[in-house]
Design a protein around this ligand. Structure first.
Ligand code: GTP
Length: 236
């Protein structure tokens, strides 16, 4: 199989790195995901990553806490995951750079769009940490924004569900899985594929999104080869 995209942004949910434990980092899972990322990048696909932080901390888990503080803690959680990915990708022999939306220059580079694009052109994987650096925005929105900025052709959103359903498949056994959806359907139907801010950004900038499960890590490579391994969302 051959890759059909030249530049992609992979959105990894934090939970997907925790494996069955749901919390923290499961090293074997991180290594397996990184192996797939390296396969994609080695195939010549320019690969950027946005990773969530839900395996460590979620803004909304800070009950009673100041929302802005809780969100900043979430951004730090995404940075921990970004460094874990950097370590694993590097150990597997591929060049990688982490860029953070919040300055922490002792730890990683600051986010500089032109520099990120240069890294991608040189074949390096670029991991974007700390969301967009502002509270009240999700890492889905960070993925949409960064993908648009770097002119990625698609967002590949790897989650712990295998696509978008009409209802929560864990609670409703009759929930139907969609193969394709339009952004209008996602936004109007309040389908929980991606939050509304991110969906609107993708719609307005005509950026497609593929939602799929990381339970089968080979899905990442298959997705880059143009196979619909979950639910494909676009404007058409
Ligand atoms: P080229 O200039 O294209 O060769 O890119 P490069 O990233 O290899 O060059 P550079 O000399 O900028 O970076 C060398 C190493 O330092 C890389 O691992 C970068 O990720 C890292 N680095 C660069 N800038 C910063 C920074 O501001 N903070 C931290 N912590 N690391 C940085």
């Amino acid at each position: 199989m051959k890759a059909v995209y030249k530049r992609v942004l992979i959105k990894l949910s934090g939970e997907a790195l925790a494996s069955g434990k749901g919390f923290g980092l499961h090293q074997e899972t991180v290594d397996e995901v990184s192996r797939q990322i390296c396969m994609v990048a080695s195939d010549g696909v320019e690969t950027a990553i946005v990773v969530g932080g839900g395996n460590i901390w979620r803004g909304r888990s800070g009950e009673g806490m100041d929302r802005v503080t809780a969100d900043y803690m979430g951004m730090l959680a995404t940075t921990i995951n970004a460094l874990a990915l950097q370590d694993s990708i590097e150990r597997q022999g591929h060049e990688v750079r982490v860029q953070s939306a919040i300055a922490m220059q002792e730890i990683c580079e600051p986010y500089i769009r032109r520099r990120a694009v240069r890294h991608l052109e040189k074949g390096r994987v670029v991991v974007f940490a700390a969301g967009i650096g502002s509270p009240y925005f999700s890492t889905d929105t960070a993925a949409a924004l960064r993908a648009i900025e770097i002119e990625a052709e698609i967002i590949l959103s790897a989650k712990n569900v295998d696509g978008v359903y009409s209802d929560d498949p864990n609670l409703n056994p009759n929930a139907i899985k969609y193969d394709t959806l339009s952004y209008e359907e996602v936004i109007k139907g309040s389908l929980r594929a991606i939050d509304a801010t991110a969906a609107t950004l993708c719609r307005d900038n005509n950026l497609p999104l593929l939602v799929f499960s990381l339970a089968k890590p080979s899905n990442i490579f298959d997705a880059v080869c143009g196979i619909n391994v979950g639910t494909y969302i676009s404007n058409s």
